[in-house]
Design a protein around this ligand. Structure first.
Ligand code: 13P
Length: 244
């Protein structure tokens, strides 16, 4: 069985000092080998230097959909790659909801990320209302289908997908094992039909050390995308141990 992928999305948290102490704690435990940390963009250079020579890997939380040029405030895929990013999160629900990103933006970001040699971590997930209406699977598959059609199947094949139900993000209420198993089963079936069955599929949304091993033991769960618990070294290490 392939190793599980554990990705920490720090979101807009951290400081030079906090990053230093968090990363040094992570580096003290072998369980974090192969895990990915995604600090805010301004700290990528600092974290790249902190993890140099280790097996921790670096990712970004966002990328411009454009190449270098007159795009004030944006950061291109080439720049992220130059700073050692191997992964970049795209289409996170916070970016979709708060920054007006649509499927077409997400797909374009996947394209530029892959062109720059990075692996996009493409986030999909339904709202509470959509789940209550029984539309969860349809909504998630439509997001993925848009990614496949707009970015192309080759770009999708070079990506990682993260199922993050919006109602589970930052709420402390993770999806149940049954919810995750059903959704991951539906996503994997669709990916196989599209010729992208080898993709890694992560779960994200209130992942904590408690329950992490049961979650990652489910068929179709290839790892986790961790928000809040990735800011606490002991919790992130415990999740990495659960992935071993
Ligand atoms: P939490 O783990 O804080 O719920 O965040 C999940 C997430 O959004 C990771 O991208």
């Amino acid at each position: 069985m392939a190793a599980k992928l554990v990705v920490g999305n720090w979101k807009m948290n951290g400081s030079v000092e906090k990053n230093r102490s968090l990363v040094s704690a992570l580096l003290q435990d072998e369980a974090t080998a192969g895990a990915v940390v995604c600090p805010p963009c301004v700290y990528l250079s600092q974290v790249r230097d902190l993890i140099a020579g280790s097996r921790l890997r670096l990712g970004a939380q966002n990328v411009s959909r454009y190449g270098d040029g007159a795009y004030t405030g944006d950061v291109s895929a080439q720049m992220l790659a130059e700073f050692g990013c191997r992964y970049v999160i795209v289409g996170h629900s916070e970016r979709r909801a708060l920054f007006g990103e649509f499927d077409a933006d997400v797909a374009q970001k996947m394209v530029v990320a892959v062109a720059a040699g990075m692996t996009p971590i493409v986030c999909v997930g339904e709202s509470l209302q959509q789940r209550q209406q029984g539309d969860a699977v349809a909504v998630v598959l439509a997001q993925l289908q848009a990614a496949k059609e707009l970015a192309g199947v080759e770009v999708l094949q070079a990506s990682v997908v993260a199922y993050e139900p919006v109602w589970a993000i930052g709420t402390g209420v993770a999806a149940t094992l049954l919810d995750v198993a059903q959704m991951h089963g539906a996503i994997k079936t669709a990916l196989r039909e599209w010729g992208a069955g080898d993709l890694s599929l992560l779960y994200g949304g209130s992942v904590k050390p408690e329950g992490a091993s049961e979650l990652m033991a489910l068929p179709g769960v290839d790892g986790v995308l961790v928000g809040g618990a990735s800011l606490v070294a002991a919790q992130f290490v415990a999740i990495c141990r659960a992935a071993m």
